[in-house]
Design a protein around this ligand. Structure first.
Ligand code: SF4
Length: 380
């Protein structure tokens, strides 16, 4: 199995990443929300300057795919007019927040997320690594524990906590002090060598022996978080799942006509205030749909490192996936779609050839090698 290439930085809108199908332009929507005008505009731009395909990433960002370098300046201009681009690359890189999507206007999640956004926009905010991010998850029970983040602001047993990812304790804070404490914890991470050469993650820093100051270990975290809900009606609106995390510009434009859209890190969109599931192509409304149990990355030809097509295989395997079983299909050993272990992982090793790993990550030792799609169906 060849070693995957690690970029060590995250693409943004101003610093896009070249992929097999063109530039990937990642848009960090302010507070994880697109107004109807912004969603319609992003759909229009994805059609005009990209290939009309849009991903929703595991950190609730929108990725416009298939942009040619020549079209990038016009795309940025269009996104800027919609209020979807930061003033420069540094500000864009720092504003790496995932927000629990069921907030209501002026509740703790909304207020803390706004305060943290403002704090990260200051010129003297810490210069954090590209992959370093914050989770603002201040509802009664944490919902974002399964989402990658380095500093978490969540409810503990006795109020809000700012917690380093990888620690089971945090600093008790108030709504008013949460953003400031999160920035202080980020500074501690940098000052104690968490990001040599500009790269690093909090959990890895702690695992290597770094111990946060006492302030940040004063209170225990809540014992349990909650699993995110499946598609369907919620108090905030309709949750719709996207087939393998992707939506066409056409479907996004149709959704924009219905309601403002909140982005989730669960391959779902939350349509504010909508009660009925919209019948549009590529949306999943049935919680038992097997496509919801398959994680797949872009794969070939969209990703230059992809050794095989992954999405067509995911389509073909969905009807054969046993009830309740989860599957991860990875175009190479990097495992972008599901970095942790999965019950079954298929790692591409060549065109339509996959290694099968059980209870491991995409780069783990496989149980079987070189399987064709037909052999995989039997193995499932
Ligand atoms: S895991 Fe998929 S998306 Fe990630 S680098 Fe490999 S082929 Fe590309």
């Amino acid at each position: 199995m060849s070693a995957p290439h690690v970029h060590g930085w995250c693409p943004g809108a101003l610093k896009p990443m070249m992929s097999g199908d063109g530039l990937v332009v990642r848009v960090r929507a302010p507070l994880g929300r697109l107004s109807q005008e912004q969603a319609a505009g992003a759909a229009r731009l994805a059609e005009r300057d990209g290939n009309g395909l849009i991903d929703v990433s595991a950190r609730a960002n929108v990725q416009i795919r298939g942009v040619t370098p020549g079209a990038h300046p016009a795309l940025i201009e269009g996104l800027r007019a919609l209020g979807l681009v930061d003033r420069d690359v540094a500000a864009e890189t720092r504003r790496n927040l995932v927000i629990q999507p069921f907030w209501s206007e002026d509740d703790p999640t909304h207020r803390v997320a706004q305060a943290l956004t403002n704090a990260l926009a200051h010129a003297d905010a810490p210069d954090l690594p590209g992959k370093f991010g914050f989770a603002v998850d201040c509802g009664p029970t944490p919902l974002l524990r399964g989402t990658s983040a380095d500093i978490r602001i969540e409810h503990g047993p006795d109020g809000l906590l700012v917690r380093a990812d990888g620690s089971d304790r945090g600093a008790p804070v108030t709504e008013g002090s949460a953003a400031e404490m999160a920035i202080a914890l980020a500074r501690w991470f940098l000052d104690t060598g968490g990001a040599p050469e500009g790269r690093g993650r909090m959990a890895r820093h702690l695992a290597a022996g770094a111990t946060p100051p006492e302030t940040f270990t004063a209170a225990p975290m809540a014992l349990q978080g909650r699993e995110p809900p499946g598609p369907g009606r919620t108090e905030t609106g309709q949750l719709v799942a996207l087939e393998f995390g992707q939506v066409t510009a056409e479907t996004l434009a149709a959704l924009a006509q219905r309601a403002p859209i909140r982005l989730t890190p669960w391959r779902m969109l939350l349509l504010e205030g909508v009660a009925e599931a919209p019948g549009l192509p590529g949306l999943i409304h049935d919680t038992t749909d097997p496509r919801l149990r398959i994680d797949t990355c872009t794969g070939a030809p969209g990703c230059p490192q992809g050794l095989s097509d992954t999405r067509n295989l995911a389509h073909a395997l969905a009807p054969h996936l046993p009830h309740g079983r989860r599957l991860h299909i990875s175009g190479c050993a990097k495992g972008c779609a599901h970095p942790g272990p999965a019950p079954v992982t298929l790692t591409a090793t060549g065109p339509n050839r996959f290694d099968l790993v059980r209870d491991g990550r995409a780069d783990a030792t496989p149980e079987a090698t070189g399987l064709s799609p037909d052999q995989i169906k039997k193995a499932l």
